[in-house]
Design a protein around this ligand. Structure first.
Ligand code: NAD
Ligand code: UDX
Length: 429
């Protein structure tokens, strides 16, 4: 099939690469000329495991091209995926400016039937609005369909998630669009759910908000664990063996970040409000998430009394492991607070340093955890990179000025840390 993917960010570039790897001819289109130039040259604009190798493979096989021209994308494909960003506006509504601009661009270039698929996460009824917009701009002269195919991949495991999803959701309005999408997804061995547009859009929001709720639930339980002396990790394990609950997304910590959960929870609250329902449950989910940052700072303050003139070593800056994405990373709010209260912050992240430098220029960046911890008054772990699980704690203890360890992701063994003389605090342990 001939496909175009409009917007070559985390979702778009992975979608383009994976479909090309499955044998389709794909154009990756973006309005960012610098990004397209870099992609042409084989330079991947962000870190995602396995993506650079896959892009190289499909570019060499001539199945993936890049372009800044929406006209070219429309002209040379049967199916157009919209994968542009839908960030939060003030107040929490999704900003649909990019989606609307793309729909306008498609309408301007449409000469024959095309299937337009929204893959970006959008509020309910956006698909219907895109359809109306394109029909109005083309005067009804050209046939087309709009479908919704929400994307559930996670950064850090995006290729694996894309290629082996738990389910595929297709929101469609015609038999022709359903057939095209069924054909495209035929090689995928997972349940395929065909719905109307609005239902597909709702599935995406309801899924992300549910996962965020699971995280806030376990974080609330972790606050109780701290007060009663229970261990949140064992509580989560004990809950997780129940198949009705499941262990996934029950890791307590500094809370969720990233470009999806914070914005999608806010957007779903606004969607509910627009539909006349006050989604108090989700408001509380967001509030608990903010509270986790405060809990971590409280643990640190308990150990150091004040932050002024202390040196804090931060391990992990990205919002989660295996990505360089710093969008809504808990590290940003936490480090901002430490700096404002007069601390000096040193930091280490295996992938996100370049992006972090833009957001946190006052931090001293170091190439290893041990250099970061050197002469520091506390180590704070904010991202659960695997390498932090096997830290040499004795060596760490030696280079630090004060043995304070605040484990914001519960990756270390509290007993081992305490046996070495550390003041150790996790989240809910
Ligand atoms: P991103 O910010 O990484 O990428 C968006 C890209 O779209 C950018 O390269 C930008 O230049 C391009 N763009 C913006 N306006 C454009 C236009 N008018 N024409 C062409 N290109 C344009 O975004 P992302 O993280 O890939 O997210 C994209 C969508 O997918 C969002 O709706 C998001 O909620 C959803 N989503 C994201 C994830 C994730 O893990 N990041 C997962 C599932 C769904
Ligand atoms: C999420 C959804 O999982 C994915 O389906 C959707 O398509 C996009 O949004 P992503 O944000 O890439 O994916 O990563 P995810 O693994 O879901 O983690 C999100 C945040 O939750 C991270 O900050 C992570 O640290 C946090 N998290 C996750 C927890 O705090 N505890 C957990 O148990 C799981």
């Amino acid at each position: 099939m001939r496909l175009s993917v409009i917007g070559t960010g985390y979702v778009g570039l992975v979608t383009a690469a994976c479909f090309a790897d499955l044998g389709h001819h794909v154009i990756g289109m973006d309005r960012d000329a610098e990004r397209i130039r870099r992609l042409h040259d084989g330079d991947v604009p962000f870190y995602e495991p396995g993506l650079a190798e896959m892009l190289q493979r499909v570019q060499q096989a001539d199945r993936l091209q890049f372009s800044t021209s929406i006209g070219e994308a429309v002209e040379r494909s049967d199916v157009l995926f919209i994968t542009v960003g839908t960030p939060s506006k003030e107040g929490g509504d999704a900003d649909l400016g990019a989606v609307t601009a793309v729909a306008e661009g498609i309408a301007g270039a449409l000469t024959g039937y095309r299937l337009i698929v929204e893959k970006s996460t959008v509020p309910v009824r956006t698909g219907a609005r895109i359809r109306d917009q394109i029909a109005r701009l083309t005067g009804g002269a050209v046939p087309f369909d709009v479908a919704c195919n929400p994307e559930f991949l996670r950064e850090g495991s995006a290729i694996e998630d894309f290629m082996h999803p738990d389910r595929i959701v297709l929101g469609v309005t015609s038999e022709r669009s359903e057939q095209l999408l069924r054909e495209l997804y035929a090689p995928f061995a997972c349940p395929l759910l065909v719905t109307d547009l609005t239902t597909a859009e709702t599935i995406k929001h309801a899924s992300n908000a549910f996962l965020a709720m699971k995280i806030s639930y376990i974080n609330a339980v972790s606050a109780i664990c701290e007060r009663v002396g229970a261990d949140i990790r064992q509580v989560a394990d004990g809950m997780g063996y129940d198949r009705r609950i499941g262990r996934a997304f029950l890791d307590a910590g500094v809370g969720y970040g990233g470009s999806c959960f914070p914005k999608d929870v806010a957007a779903f609250i606004r969607i509910a409000e627009g539909a006349g329902y006050k989604f108090r449950l989700l408001e509380e989910v967001a509030r608990i998430n903010d509270e986790q940052r405060e809990t971590l700072l409280r643990h640190l303050r308990d150990a150091l009394r004040v932050f002024a003139d202390r040196t804090i070593a931060v391990f992990g800056l990205a919002y989660k492991p295996n990505t360089d994405d710093m969008r809504e990373a808990p590290s940003v709010a936490i480090i901002d607070r430490l700096l404002r209260e007069g601390a000096a912050v040193r930091a280490y992240d295996p992938a996100a340093e370049t992006n972090a430098r833009q957001l946190l220029p006052a931090v001293t960046y170091c190439p290893t955890p041990y250099e970061t911890a050197s002469d520091s008054d506390a180590v704070v772990i904010l991202t659960e990179w695997d390498e932090f699980r096997s830290l040499d704690l004795a060596r760490l203890r030696e280079v630090m000025r004060r043995p304070v360890l605040i484990d914001g992701r519960n990756v270390l063994d509290p007993q081992a840390a305490r046996a070495l003389g550390f003041h150790y605090a996790g989240m809910g342990r």
